[in-house]
Design a binder for this molecule. Structure first.
Ligand SMILES: [Cu+2]
Length: 320
């Protein structure tokens, strides 16, 4: 691996760098301030991608909209709009018939709202935008299995989703068999804005992301690989939060013998064929399963190569 060091306007943490007056994430040559190959350092903690089942039948959740400065790449921060202070927001999980009772509180400085694809209802009231300081109550019953996106419902949604307001709800199929490891990955784009300000809407409109990421941070699982042992069955839940790029999830050295995609089981372990990618349009989701046959490092990526180079990549570290 080649470590590329680029000179940028400010890749330092908020408020502590000599370049602060430049006030932009873009260097004088116009290139992004993000080096998707950079090492995040020994202190870096990746987001836990493991996801456990829940036995609750009623899920009471308080989501506070918080506008916070987050690390998105080594040495690069961005003022993000979040559900609960993280990007993506928390992963919710239940089963068919479960009730989700969500209280949304807007601690931000502009209007925000929420839209759960996991429920079907008239959007007029629960998805309405609320002003700073307000809250709303959103109740839905999960009637269909799948991995469903939730996101901010305030216009321009391109700006709100493009600046971090999304997450996943997993509704398990009733007969979902246990596996050795279960992970969830949310793909999304990062559009850097000026220092201390939200992401750049013009970049979003031009579909010119500075990075494409799994679980909110460039290449994090390339540096902190997801664990498995040889012969383990691994299930990976995926949702493509976009807002605009297609995802084409692939694991180098692996074939998916099980594929669930947008409401349909398209492959099972008994089928003669297998899949090389799970392709997901923006807001689409599904899961794949594979058995990683022998010890080694198995990179994963969006096989849309420009996005892999932007940080949509990681690895499984498979031990004996
Ligand atoms: Cu919002």
């Amino acid at each position: 691996m080649v470590l590329t060091i680029m000179t940028t306007g400010n890749s330092t943490a908020a408020g502590d760098g000599p370049d602060e007056t430049i006030g932009s994430h873009t260097g004088p040559d116009g290139r992004s301030g993000i080096d998707a190959m950079a090492d995040p350092g020994t202190a870096f903690e990746s987001r836990d991608a493991a996801v456990a089942a829940s036995s609750n039948r009623v899920h009471r959740i308080t989501l506070r909209v918080q506008e916070v400065e987050l690390d998105v790449a080594p040495g690069v921060t961005q003022q993000m709009w979040t559900f609960g202070g993280s990007v993506p927001g928390p992963v919710l999980r239940g089963r068919v018939g479960d009730v989700f009772e969500v209280t949304l509180i807007n601690d931000g400085t502009v209007d925000h709202g929420i839209d759960f694809h996991a429920g079907a209802l008239a959007p007029d009231r629960p998805m309405r935008p609320i002003e700073p300081g307000e809250e709303l109550f959103y109740r839905f019953t999960a009637t269909k299995v799948g991995i469903w996106m939730y996101h901010c419902s305030t216009q321009p949604m391109l700006h709100h989703v493009g600046n971090g307001m999304y997450g996943a709800v997993i509704i398990d199929p009733p007969d979902l068999p246990p596996v050795d490891h279960e992970y969830v990955l949310v793909q999304s784009e990062i559009y850097l804005g000026p220092k201390g300000e939200p992401g750049d809407l013009a970049k979003m409109q031009a579909e010119a992301p500075d990075a494409v990421v799994f679980n909110g941070y460039v290449s994090q699982y390339a540096h902190r690989p997801l664990a498995a042992a040889a012969g383990d069955r691994v299930r990976i839940w995926l949702i493509n939060a976009g807002p605009s790029r297609v995802s084409s999830f692939h694991v180098v050295g692996a074939q998916f013998d099980t594929v669930y995609r947008e409401g349909a089981m398209t492959l099972g372990p008994g089928d003669p064929g297998a899949a090389q990618v799970l392709d997901l349009a923006p807001a689409a989701g599904g899961y794949v399963e594979t058995v990683l046959a022998e010890p080694g490092t198995y990179p994963f990526l969006s096989h849309s190569m420009v996005d892999a180079d932007r940080g949509a990549r990681g690895a499984f570290l498979v031990t004996e």
